[in-house]
Design a protein around this ligand. Structure first.
Ligand code: SF4
Length: 476
């Protein structure tokens, strides 16, 4: 099979992240399509011929897709799409079909994977929807198409006589270490990629684990099987990136990087020993860190940790089964700062039970803890989550999936309207950005860490630009 992998163009000029739980527009980050690089490597392994167009990364217009199709003459095109850029991303399928109706189209979007019927109804040029475990389902689809019948591939939805039919779920990968090295060579370079501000390049994201056994009611990956790479396997990818691209910065894109403390210790010690000199960032939960671990991570190149704090109200945290306490969040931020790590915290406004008093608790938490940076999102009832069930099932609301923005509320709570939540979001950003203590602590960080000066300067410009010009839309 000749397969063309496509990350569609930017949406109205704004970069889009199309990676599993994170399928959003993000004005200030350009991330490489890591999942497509993984699929590329897997397809090659089974003998398929693969090409990739990262139209988002290299800021290519849709016109270039036709040229790519003429050049590569694929049998199958696999592309990613997101809910809020749905119609824009689906142009990929339409262009493929107008080029040659015989070319098969397959799309991947984690956020909508529980509702393939609704998706395919709105996307007439999409032949197959790869629903879950793309590491298994995407190569299986290519292999099945080789035999002329897609129905042998697990984990997909396809059209059959006007109906949308799902095949049995794909079994998750048993060993994440069995994955080949992502096909980085399908990219012309790592030049376009950065997170938050264009500094610290070459940069990449990578998964060192995937899945999350926690059950937060608002989260699309809650309760998904956890698969973890060994420290040695991660190191082999980092070494390759260092030798081949001179990698300087990486984001470990895992949901919960420190889930297995022993693995993190092993990885950090090896990174120190090999003196890889890669600055890295990770996401985790507040109760899965301790001062000793954070100090070790810092000494191995870690420069920042993202915590999903979600709320400064214990009542709200309990209502969404977050299973952390406000105090654990407070402590984690303090410990990380003491270890000289930057802290990036995400908060959600509008979770069940939110009222002005709980919003105030979140603002007080932010004012007190002053994370280096924060994302304030409004609650989004993503399909497949318990929150979706509450909104759609209990309240009987039917929401267009194209409107699932984290920066513009579609639903309120019992006490607050969507407009109130948008206002609360603005208040939260204002709380942080107008705090003299916050500016002083970030400036003190740069004084201590002059290598961050370029990043800090660009970050300050980003804040001014985003806050004053864009009202914090399409950015987090
Ligand atoms: S811990 Fe994070 S990734 Fe896991 S379910 Fe909760 S919000 Fe989702």
């Amino acid at each position: 099979m000749k397969v063309l992998l496509v990350n569609p163009p930017r949406f109205e000029g704004i970069p889009v992240i199309r990676e599993e739980r994170c399928e959003i527009t993000e004005r200030y980050s350009v991330m490489e399509p890591y999942s497509l690089l993984q699929i590329g490597a897997l397809l090659r392994q089974q003998g398929d011929e693969v090409a990739l167009m990262d139209m988002n990364g290299f800021d290519l217009p849709y016109d270039e897709l036709k040229a790519g199709l003429s050049k590569h003459r694929p049998d199958l095109v696999i592309f990613r799409f997101t809910p809020t850029t749905f119609d824009w991303d689906m142009r990929t399928a339409s262009i493929v079909k107008s080029f040659d109706r015989g070319v098969v189209t397959a799309g991947i979007c984690w956020t909508l994977h529980t509702m393939p019927e609704a998706v395919m109804k709105e996307a007439p040029d999409l032949d197959h929807y790869i629903l879950q475990d793309y590491e298994i389902a995407a190569p299986a689809l290519a292999a099945a198409l080789r035999g002329g019948d897609a129905s042998g591939a697990p984990g997909i939805a396809s059209r059959q006589g006007g109906e949308v039919v799902r095949t049995p779920a794909a079994s998750p990968l048993k060993s994440y270490d069995s994955m080949p090295l992502p096909a980085y060579d399908l990219l012309p370079s790592l030049e376009p990629y950065f997170v938050t501000a264009p500094a610290g390049r070459p940069y990449t994201i990578l998964y060192t684990s995937k899945g999350c056994p926690y059950k937060c009611s608002f989260c699309t990956v809650a309760g998904t099987p956890l698969k973890m790479r060994s420290a040695e396997n991660i190191l082999s990818e980092l070494r390759h990136l260092k030798e081949r691209y001179g990698l300087r910065t990486a984001s470990f894109y895992d949901e919960t990087f420190t889930f297995d403390r022993k693995r993190v210790v092993e990885l950090c010690e090896s990174m120190k020993e090999e003196d890889l000199r890669i600055k890295w960032y990770c996401n985790t939960r507040a109760q899965l860190v301790d001062p000793e671990l954070l100090r070790l991570m810092r000494s191995a190149g870690c420069r920042g940790v993202s915590f999903g704090i979600e709320s400064g109200s214990q009542r709200i945290l309990d209502s969404v089964e977050k299973r952390i306490t406000v105090e654990q969040g407070r402590q984690a931020i303090k410990w990380a700062k003491e270890a000289k790590l930057k802290t990036f915290c995400s908060f959600i406004l509008g979770l069940p039970g939110e009222d002005w008093s709980t919003v105030q608790e979140t603002l007080d938490f932010v004012r007190e803890t002053l994370p280096t940076s924060a994302q304030f999102n409004v609650a989004v009832p993503y399909p497949g989550t318990k929150l979706y069930q509450q909104v759609h099932g209990d309240l009987g609301l039917d929401i267009d999936f194209r409107k699932l923005y984290q920066d513009d509320a579609v639903v309120g709570t019992e006490h607050l309207t969507p407009d109130d939540l948008n206002k609360a979001r603005e208040m939260a950003y204002k709380t942080l950005y107008t705090s003299g203590r916050w500016w002083r602590s970030n400036i003190a960080h740069v004084v201590r860490e002059p290598s961050d000066l370029n990043l800090a300067f660009r970050y300050a410009l980003k804040i001014a630009n985003n806050y004053l010009l864009h009202g914090m839309k399409h950015a987090h």
